[in-house]
Design a protein around this ligand. Structure first.
Ligand code: BES
Ligand code: ZN
Length: 459
């Protein structure tokens, strides 16, 4: 192996001070004061009250994907970006959502508290109840359930397999009861024409029913599942593009600054993730008239809470050329809670990349130490799988009101917002300002990573 000349080693060492390791070729890093002067062009312009006010506006109500409230948020965001002079686009995409049915279970004239399973078909059935244990294939060998209702205990195999096994034996409906305390709200995973209507009971009610049957008592039940079903809905991404200011001197590189505007049902989502969207909007305002040689795309994703649908839809629209030109994706999700921990950068594979390097360097310059971690669970994931260096910026550990009605404006900290805006703003500007060279291509080689949240209802 050829030894590096001494001069190159010195250069490499000086580069690590102010610039991320992936930074380009034979350039010496400017002295720290010069760098800070550049950061100040961003930092001094950030007005945290703008971020706070936008969170206030967006979090006046929950913004569930596919609803009017989401659309109102989308229009608010687009109008803001357009007001700074950006080209904007609303990118709509379809998705399917399951409408929860009303269910009832009546036994000997008494209505028993019951719950539904996602993807159960609608229907009504009356019949004799038969205890089939866990409804495994073995439990049902040689059993004819035609016209009967199967009573099944939770455990061992998936809810879907229990329903399919009972349906195959002829059952007209299925009751699954819990094997632990509390109510049971499961999912069958996906729609299936072979399913029959299925409802859930508590462990107490299920055990009682099972012991009546074990004592030889005949029990007849009526089950109703009404109003459930898969609906076609539409959600939207908002894209605002800052083109390089001087086309002749521009690099061909693109940076994506992302956040998601949808929230979960019942939560105003002030921190999750009006905070990220509002911070992106403020960074877009700050950068609107600044000279840049790199394209910056501010993207607000829809339907993140339903499985990162907006960011997957967005990445799908990217050509190979665009994928190659996107050098980094900064996702801000939950960046303003007064009750959460410090700012952490999460990557899908837990490895550092050019995005975390840039932000860590910005942190050094602005006086914040950032920590690292491994996490999916947000819109940086589809970018990672497209081979694009990406990171989630989030305060961790997260606040106790995450996904609750308490995720409201009064819990938002301006100091937390300010810090995030400074770091992400300074990191992006470090690349985008005209006097820094283009980044070296730093593709990630995505590998499958287990990040999916635990789906509690599958078994
Ligand atoms: N903001 C959260 C992600 C999050 C929360 C990351 C806490 C790390 C700690 C995001 O909006 C969310 O709720 N994501 C879903 C996953 C997604 C694939 C549906 C989640 O984590 O349940
Ligand atoms: Zn979120």
């Amino acid at each position: 192996m050829r030894r590096k000349p001494f001069i190159a080693l010195v250069l490499a060492a000086s580069l690590t001070v102010g610039l991320p390791a992936a930074y380009a070729k034979e350039v010496t890093a400017p002295p720290a004061q010069v760098q800070q002067a550049f950061d100040n062009k961003i930092i001094k312009r950030i007005n945290v009250d703008n971020i706070y006010n936008d969170i206030g506006h967006l979090s006046s109500k929950p913004r569930i994907a596919g609803t009017q409230a989401e659309w109102d948020a989308v229009q608010y965001i687009e109008t803001k970006y357009a007001s700074f002079g950006y080209d904007t686009e609303i990118q709509s995409f379809p998705f399917e959502s399951y409408e929860i049915p009303t269910v009832s279970v009546t036994i000997a004239g008494d209505t028993i508290a019951s719950d539904s399973f996602t993807y159960t078909p609608n229907g009504e059935a009356t019949g004799e109840v038969v205890d089939v244990g866990l409804a495994t294939e073995t439990d049902l060998t040689g059993i004819d359930l035609t016209g009967k209702i199967a009573l099944v205990k939770r455990g061992d195999i998936s809810f879907a397999d229990k329903v399919l096994n009972a349906a195959k034996a002829g059952a007209s409906a299925v009751i699954i009861y819990n094997n632990t305390s509390g109510s049971l709200n499961g999912t069958l995973g996906a729609p299936n024409d072979a399913f029959v209507p299925v409802v859930s009971l508590s462990q107490t009610d299920g055990d009682r029913l099972a012991s009546s049957l074990a004592n030889g008592q005949a029990v007849s039940a009526t089950i109703e599942v009404v109003g459930g079903g898969v609906l076609q809905k539409t959600s939207h991404n908002v894209v605002a593009v800052k083109e390089p200011t001087n086309k002749k001197k521009a690099t061909d590189q693109i940076i994506v600054v992302g956040a998601h505007h949808d929230s979960v049902a019942g939560s105003p989502g002030a921190n999750d993730d009006a905070s990220g969207v509002a911070t992106s909007i403020e960074l877009a305002r700050v950068m609107a008239n600044m000279p840049t040689d790199t394209e910056i795309r501010f993207v607000s994703f829809g339907a993140e809470e339903l499985g990162l649908l907006g960011s997957y839809a967005y990445v799908e629209t990217l050509s190979q050329d665009e994928r190659d030109r996107i050098v980094g994706m900064f996702q801000m999700d939950m960046v303003g809670s007064r009750d959460a921990g410090d700012l952490v950068m999460f990557t899908v594979d837990g490895e550092k990349n050019v995005v975390t390097d840039l932000a860590a360097a910005a942190g050094v310059r602005t006086g914040t130490t950032l920590t690292y971690g491994q996490e999916g669970r947000s819109d940086h994931v589809p970018f990672y799988y497209a081979g694009i260096p990406a990171a989630l910026f989030i305060h961790s550990p997260t606040e106790p009101w995450y996904h609750s009605p308490e995720d409201s404006l009064d819990k938002i900290s301006k100091a937390k917002l300010q810090e995030t805006a400074e770091i992400v703003g300074a990191a992006v500007y470090q690349v985008a300002r005209p006097d820094t060279p283009a980044l070296e291509r730093a593709k990630v080689a995505p590998k499958p990573v287990e990040y999916e949240k635990e789906v509690g209802g599958l078994q």
